[in-house]
Design a protein around this ligand. Structure first.
Ligand code: TRP
Ligand code: SF4
Length: 548
């Protein structure tokens, strides 16, 4: 990364980008894992050195893979600023088909809203425009318990977040805004979800320990409730647009959503249980029944087990499933124990949280052949999708939530104008949505660039737009929906036709215009805000914040 607080530009000693940035106002210690680890810590200071690792290590999907399924994709999607997702397909499908969907994100009111938050505001608003129910929340319980903010400070910042969200186009008549502390339904849901979560998970997921204050833990179940809140009326695909640091929360919420379900639906081949890997293997073995079954329409478990035990590596490869020795051994053992029981595909409904009546209703509602056990019921004439729908229907009829696992999309963190991570606590690193337009202009003019040492060099080699915070400003914000303009800046930069001085001047002017316009709109929506059903002064003022 190159820096050029003032021209002429000079190369910085090494690549700052992989260094940990300053904590974003957080009180947590640096993670011991080290700077280059991709530790996803919602309260930590992680910069993401290598986005690819998120795909490999955490199972986040590449957004590009779903882009084609998204109707009128937002420019942040088209430009790869939104780079990752978890299970976004159902949301994209709902938007395409005009079916129910929801979007929700939350903001910790710990400082001024800045242009990094604008990404999330835009994501919420875009989903709302595509027809999703939209929710924006103020995470005041989290700010108080995890960041030590007083209620007075929280109120001041909360107002600013809400004004910016409205000014950018959030429609409060169609959508809902709330603060965690004042939402009783949310608190009730948090309490219910808390009964499915335990302390060792908090330790494992968030590194909480004996020193962590209890309200901080409560703010976690509150966030879990936030994420599922749009589904309180009815289950629907819901997307949570956030930075990748929030992924642990998303994964945990997906887990809790599943744990709350009345029934688990899986596929099975016989009366005994299989784990996912065993199931895939036994499924493949079932497909080969012609090769070992005396009566091919009635393959026996023990026949399948014996055949599987004899396969060599080449045969196993041919099955087309990933098999390790442990999986194979355990599958063989289970099949052997099954003896003469026929191997038959079926869907299985496991009783997780169902009342007796709900279980009875489910059994009754299953069409075709079924077999009932103590804790589960097998259905032989249902496909898994129909089974999933049936399970949800019965759950809803009996007072359950029937949650759909929440989805997420992840945007890149903006680079700070001074290099490193954009941080609320370093004013020169970010542009606040409340910055005086002239100050915004000045900050852009003073920003680090991806430019070369001298103009000649720049003409010869081109600038490094990919490492330039100023180019990011164009791509993330200043070029707006105009892809051609963004591309022109990029091409001219890397082609050596664009020099940093003029480029920054243009960006600085656009930033000034943006801030003027945004702040004018903020004033216009003041009245709207006063009319909303959201409290702007906490009833808890005077209560001291938490401090871990
Ligand atoms: N934890 C989030 C943050 O640090 C704020 C937040 C609270 C949130 N509840 C949420 C984000 C629900 C997304 C969805 O900024
Ligand atoms: Fe310089 Fe603009 Fe290129 Fe950045 S994008 S390196 S500021 S010319």
């Amino acid at each position: 990364m190159t820096r050029d607080h003032d021209a002429p530009e000079r190369e910085a000693a090494d690549d700052e980008q992989t260094r940990p940035a300053r904590p974003d106002g957080g009180a947590d210690a640096d993670s011991a894992a080290g700077a280059d680890d991709v530790a996803l810590d919602p309260w930590g200071s992680s910069t993401i050195a290598d986005y690819r690792k998120l795909f490999e290590e955490f199972g986040i999907g590449e957004f590009d893979d779903v882009l084609a399924e998204v109707p009128n994709p937002h420019y942040l999607m088209r430009r790869g600023v939104i780079f990752g997702h978890r299970d976004y397909e159902p949301v994209a499908e709902a938007l395409r088909e005009g079916e129910e969907a929801a979007v929700l994100s939350g903001f910790m009111p710990t400082g001024d809203p800045h242009i990094g938050h604008k990404l999330v505001f835009d994501e919420i608003i875009w989903h709302q425009e595509q027809g999703a129910d939209a929710y924006g929340l103020i995470a005041d319980l989290e700010a108080h318990s995890a960041r030590g903010m007083s209620w007075e400070e929280i109120d001041e910042h909360a107002r600013d977040y809400l004004l910016s969200l409205l000014a950018l186009g959030f429609d409060p008549e169609e959508g809902e805004l709330y603060r965690q502390s004042e939402n009783r339904e949310l608190q009730d849901l948090a309490f219910e979800l808390g009964s499915k979560a335990n302390f060792s998970e908090f330790q494992g997921i968030y590194g909480f320990d004996g020193e962590t204050n209890v309200s901080h833990m409560q703010s976690v179940v509150t966030q879990m409730a936030d994420i599922l809140y749009p589904q309180l009326d009815e289950p629907k695909p819901t997307v949570i647009p956030v930075g990748p640091d929030q992924d642990p929360h998303v994964r945990f919420a997906r887990d809790l959503a599943a744990r709350m379900r009345f029934f688990g639906v899986t596929e099975a081949y016989a009366s005994f249980e299989l784990d996912d890997a065993e199931r895939a293997l036994v499924g493949a073995v079932y497909e080969k029944r012609d090769e070992y079954a005396e009566e091919p329409d009635r393959p026996r478990c023990e026949e399948a087990g014996a055949w599987l035990a004899e396969l060599d590596d080449a045969d196993l490869d041919e099955l087309g499933v990933v098999v390790d020795d442990r999986v194979r051994e355990s599958a063989v053992e289970k099949l052997d124990n099954g003896g003469m029981e026929p191997l038959r595909p079926r869907v299985r409904f496991l009783d997780l949280n169902a009342t007796d009546e709900a279980f009875e209703s489910l059994v009754e509602a299953i069409d075709g052949e079924k077999r009932r056990y103590d804790e589960h019921v097998d259905a032989f004439d249902l496909d898994p999708e129909a089974a999933g729908e049936l399970a949800r229907e019965v759950e809803l009829d009996h007072g359950g939530y029937g949650f759909v696992p929440p989805s997420s999309i992840y945007h890149r963190f903006m680079t700070g104008l001074t290099g490193g991570k954009m941080s609320s606590s370093i004013p020169a690193s970010h542009i606040s949505l409340l910055d005086d337009p002239e100050e915004g202009y000045d900050k852009v003019k003073a920003a680090t660039t991806g430019g070369r040492d001298t103009a000649e060099e720049q003409r010869e080699l081109g600038g490094k737009a990919d490492e330039c915070p100023v180019y990011e400003l164009y791509a993330y914000l200043l070029a707006g929906d105009d892809d051609e303009f963004a591309k022109e800046v990029y091409d001219e930069c890397v082609g050596g036709e664009r020099l940093c001085g003029g480029c920054k001047e243009q960006a600085a002017e656009l930033m000034r215009e943006f801030l003027e316009d945004h702040q004018e709109k903020r004033e216009e929506v003041e009245a709207l805000l006063e009319d909303l059903d959201i409290s702007l002064t906490s009833s808890r003022r005077g209560v001291a914040p938490g401090d871990d």
